[in-house]
Structure formats: structure tokens, C-alpha cells
Design a protein around this ligand. Structure first.
Ligand SMILES: *Cc1c(COP(=O)(O)O)cnc(C)c1O
Length: 392
């Protein structure tokens, strides 16, 4: 365990100035292979960039430090990281438990790919520990957790689920994409492995797709590294460098994401056209107490329901000017989306279906007042708006 603070690690872990040139940040080692000093004589431990690349190593060491783990591994996408993890720890005949509202890509990977290879699975509401305990089978190998969840911002008690998983002889995997290691460190709460889509808050600028795994267990770390190399879906040098560049400012960005999201949630809660506001920072949120216990702050994602129904929700999404209509999340710019028709359209008719009047916001780090004003104008009752224009 290191004694350095989070922001110090974000800027320095894995990022010693380049020994050859003094370059202050690790350069983009855009290279596939490395000269050997005689057969088998590796200079810096590098032989081929699928197995390891110095730019990727910098990112991997930094991510391991930020999550409080011993081994970090960077992949071409969040789903590539998930695939490598599941292949490393599962065999045909095993069983996996996933959240009732799992990220759609995770649900698809398990239900459409692993299912065909003889892995059984169940989706359970993980906010209810009794439901999780009841769903555990003798062959359950992985308990897969997301918290906060997408798009309903549900909160799962990581320490409690770690206990349930370990009693069953299963691993606890936590997808920490929504919180980021700045707000929540699952390994310290008992998780065996942390999963990230670094595409989101870690990269933070909507300019790179990537994924990561971090574990504290050296043996598991070795197995995951073997699969990373064997399957080959690694992060390329430029992607690793871009992600690293984002990671250095994660702390200051997250502070602003959280402050802006809290301001947005507070405004929406008082707005007459808004029904439920789903934000773990609100004392009325069912997961608020657990979130206080396991998170430093409540994150930048806010979902809410529009009182006048689905068409009104779609109209609000079409009317924002600053919030860009788009999928994904975690970038500096604010995004708005309609989960029922966009990110979660494929869940229609399934247990993962989301309400039609739901809107999801990825609250960016623009000036808070501008974000509030944009949402107010998008929510303004159209009839009233027209009357006001006619009067003036
Ligand atoms: C985006 C996302 C993923 C998948 O990551 P990709 O980088 O898109 O492959 C996994 N989990 C969560 C929670 C996500 O938001």
C-alpha cells in the first residue's frame, strides 16, 4: 500500500521521466518489436508489443496504483477487458450472476456469446442481497456487480456482495466505470477484480475507446495477463497514451462532474415537469446510505423521469442546446440521451427494459449555470413558451 495521495499517483505512478531522453511524460512508443542484444537478450523487458509496450505499461501501472491493486491490464475496449476476464476464470458448466440492469454490452456478451459456450447465467436485482444469495448455485464462479448502475443509478453494497461471493467460492468482479477509482475503490471493499471502460471517465474526453482490469491478487493477475496476451485485444500505444493523458486530471474533473451533477439533480427535483430524479447523492435515493459509505462523492450521472410521458421525454432530448444528444458518458462535455430508444433499445420487452419517460444525463464540467439554464429551457412547457412569445 502506498502512502501517496490519489492525485499524486494519477500524475506520477508508472510515469517516471523517460530515462533515455528525460521526456517528462511517457512517449508514444509506436512500435511493434524490439532489438535484442543477442538471442533472448531483452534490453528493457520488451520483445513484442502485443505482449507488452512501454506506453501501455505506464497506463497499466498507473491504473493498478489508482485502484490499490498489484496488477493493471489495458485493453482495446471495456468489452475486450470483460471478455478476457470471463475467459480467464470461467469454464463450460460454470454459472455467472449479473445485475438485473447490467450494462447492455455486458448482458449481450454473457447471454449471446458465453451462453453458447455452455456458461449458465442469471440476472438478479443486486440491491436486494437476499435475491443474490438465493440465486447463487454450487457452480457460481463469478458475481458481476455494477454500481452505480446504468441508467437507473442503483447502488449495490460492494462489501456485502464480496462476502456473499466469497462464501460461495466465487469471485467478485466490479465494473467501476461509472464511479471511477477517484470515487470508489472496490478492491479495498473486498472485490477480486475491477473492470473499466476507460472510454468514459478515465479517458474523460470522448476521444478514445479502451478498457482495463485491475486485481490485487498476483496469481489472478498472472492469469489475466496470460489471457490478455493470448487473446490479443490490447490497448494500442496511442490509445494508452490518450487514456493516460486523461487519467492525470481525473481527480479535478470528477470533483467538477460531481458538483455540477448535484446542482442539476437539485434543480430537477424542484422542477414541475420532472417526476423521479435518480441520483445517489439525493437523500431520497434508496441507495444513498450505501453510497455515502462506499463512495467519496456521487458521480456525474443523473437520470430523471418526465411527467408528461415518453414523447415529452424525447422532445426534451431534442431541445437541449448545450447537452449534446448522444450515447456514451464521462467526457468533459455534457450529454443527454433517451435510454429507451437509444442505449437500452435492445432491452425492450426484456427484464432490462427501462421506462419510456426516462432521460439520462452525463453531466459535464461546463459552467453549472449554463447547464441548468439549458435544461430549464428544454423542459419549459411548450404552450407557455408560445404564449410568452406571442405576448412579447
Ligand atoms: C461503456 C461501458 C462498458 C463497455 O465499454 P466499451 O469501452 O464501450 O467496450 C462497460 N461497462 C459500462 C458500465 C460502460 O458504461
Amino acid at each position: 500500500m502506498t502512502t501517496e495521495g490519489f492525485e499524486t499517483l494519477a500524475i506520477h505512478a508508472g510515469q517516471e521521466p523517460d530515462p533515455g531522453t528525460g521526456a517528462v511524460v511517457p512517449p508514444i512508443y509506436q512500435v511493434s518489436t524490439y532489438k535484442q542484444d543477442g538471442v533472448g537478450g531483452l534490453r528493457g523487458g520488451y520483445e513484442y508489443s502485443r505482449s507488452a509496450n512501454p506506453t501501455r505499461t505506464a497506463l497499466e501501472e498507473c491504473l493498478a496504483a489508482l485502484e490499490g491493486g498489484s496488477r493493471g491490464l489495458a485493453f482495446a475496449s471495456g468489452l475486450a477487458a470483460e471478455d478476457a476476464l470471463l475467459r480467464a476464470v470461467l469454464e463450460p458448466g460454470d454459472h455467472v450472476l449479473i445485475p438485473g440492469d447490467a450494462y447492455g454490452g455486458t448482458f449481450r456478451l454473457i447471454s449471446k456469446v458465453f451462453d453458447r459456450w455452455g456458461v449458465a447465467w442469471d440476472a438478479v436485482p443486486q440491491g436486494d442481497p437476499d435475491a443474490v444469495r438465493a440465486a447463487v448455485r454450487p457452480n457460481t464462479r463469478v458475481l458481476w456487480v455494477e454500481t452505480p448502475t446504468n441508467p437507473l443509478l442503483g447502488i449495490v453494497d460492494i462489501a456485502l456482495l464480496a462476502q456473499i461471493a466469497h462464501e460461495a467460492g466465487a469471485l467478485l468482479a466490479v465494473d467501476n466505470t461509472f464511479a471511477s477509482p477517484y470515487l470508489q475503490r472496490p478492491l479495498a471493499l473486498g472485490a477480486d477484480v475491477v473492470v473499466h471502460s476507460t472510454t468514459k471517465y478515465l479517458g474523460g474526453h470522448s476521444d478514445v475507446v479502451g478498457g482495463a482490469l485491475v486485481t490485487a491478487d498476483a496469481g489472478l493477475g498472472e492469469r489475466l495477463a496470460f489471457h490478455q496476451n493470448a487473446m490479443g485485444a490490447v490497448a494500442g500505444p496511442f490509445d494508452a497514451w490518450l487514456t493516460m493523458r486523461g487519467v492525470r486530471t481525473l481527480g479535478v474533473r470528477m470533483d467538477r462532474h460531481c458538483a455540477n451533477a448535484a446542482a442539476v439533480a437539485a434543480m430537477l427535483e424542484r422542477h414541475p415537469r420532472v417526476g423521479d430524479v435518480l441520483y445517489p447523492g439525493l437523500p431520497t435515493h434508496p441507495g444513498h446510505d450505501v453510497a455515502v459509505k462506499q463512495m467519496k462523492d456521487f458521480g456525474g450521472m443523473v437520470s430523471f423521469r418526465v411527467r408528461d410521458g415518453e414523447e415529452a421525454a424525447v422532445a426534451v432530448c431534442d431541445r437541449t442546446r448545450l447537452f449534446t444528444l448522444g450515447e456514451s458518458l464521462g467526457g468533459v462535455e455534457s450529454l443527454i440521451e433517451h435510454p429507451g430508444r437509444m442505449t437500452h433499445a435492445s432491452a425492450a420487452g426484456s427484464a432490462l427494459e427501462v421506462p419510456g419517460d426516462l432521460i439520462r444525463l452525463s453531466v459535464g464540467i461546463e459552467s453549472a449555470e449554463d447547464l441548468l439554464e439549458d435544461l430549464r429551457q428544454a423542459l419549459a412547457d411548450e404552450g407557455r413558451l408560445r404564449r410568452r412569445v406571442a405576448r412579447s
